[in-house]
Design a protein around this ligand. Sequence first.
Ligand code: ZN
Length: 88
Amino acid sequence: MTDHPHTTCEELLGSLSAYIDGDLDPQLCQELEKHLAECDNCRIVLNTTKRTIDLVQTPLEKPDLPEDVRERLFKRLNLDHYLTPKPK
Ligand SMILES: [Zn+2]
């Protein structure tokens, strides 16, 4: 890994939470979106993550989601589910 012309899934997913928070460097953001356009896997993860966050962040009930819960959520989504090849 001397150079990274492409965002890898791992990199992308590592930045996903920052991306969703709008915290990501604009340039990285672009790379990430480019990658998302080409990678179904990451798109699914992003959508799922977003939806999950929407659910947990519903302001009606819980205005603040504690950091650690959030982190755990991301770790959890972090992809054993989607990225690990499922044994058949
Ligand atoms: Zn990917």
